[in-house]
Ligand binder design. Sequence first.
Ligand code: TMP
Length: 258
Amino acid sequence: MSRRRQVYEGKAKILYEGPEPGTLIQYFKDDAIAFNAQKRGTISGKGVLNNRISEHLFTLLGQIGVPTHFIRRLNMREQLIRQVEIIPIEVVVRNVAAGTLSTRLGIEEGTQLPRTIIEYYYKDDALGDPMIADEHIACFGWASQEEMNDIADMAVRVNDFLCGLFAAIGIRLVDFKLEFGRLWENDYARTILADEISPDGCRLWDMRTNEKLDKDRFRRDLGGEAEAYQEVARRLGLLPEGENIVLDLDQHRQKKGR
Ligand code: TMP
């Protein structure tokens, strides 16, 4: 095993010290956790697929001028990223009613929203990531007004871009979660997109059949999680013809007798 210093371990990723100051290595695990850690499991090959999907989306977002922490993918499960100070707010963008919006407000899942909604949640596992308003963010100083303006602008840009990108491959972007960080340059902090964008933190529905191609398959015990993630990667053109990460990993495990 590597002797790199682990900086942080989250539910789906581990961060290690990077090769240069100001960099980290982001390692994608197969672990899946839902409902504030009440449901745990593994999705075989998820880490490999999320690493590639997030690399692809962050690269494209970088190309349209959205600043991100992504530097480059290093191998199957790892990518090199810029070290940022994570802003403790989860930003959820919704285009279609689903999940907690539907349960909280009694709006049928699948209802197209007349306008995009941006919601904020306070990143605190012990509190179960409660939904918060701008007022709480300002009151408790979790982000400045300038940072919140940047975050809202970027969330809208990311949403517009990703909606088009996914629509072109027959996928409806129902909702997704973003995280942002502060990149310190001397005394000035720039707000940049951090974390990952993958089927772990998005709702992605097949446009024709409404089939779920995301982590709801795990949350709702629908089965076929790995195949769904792989289908997203395949439609994004990230799997060369015939490549089957889920099957390859299974065969590799069987050969090693575990
Ligand atoms: P929700 O309907 O459960 O509030 O989730 C909305 C979207 O945001 C869904 O795609 C899952 C994602 N999300 C996360 O990935 N992590 C989180 O902590 C939260 C609150 C949402």
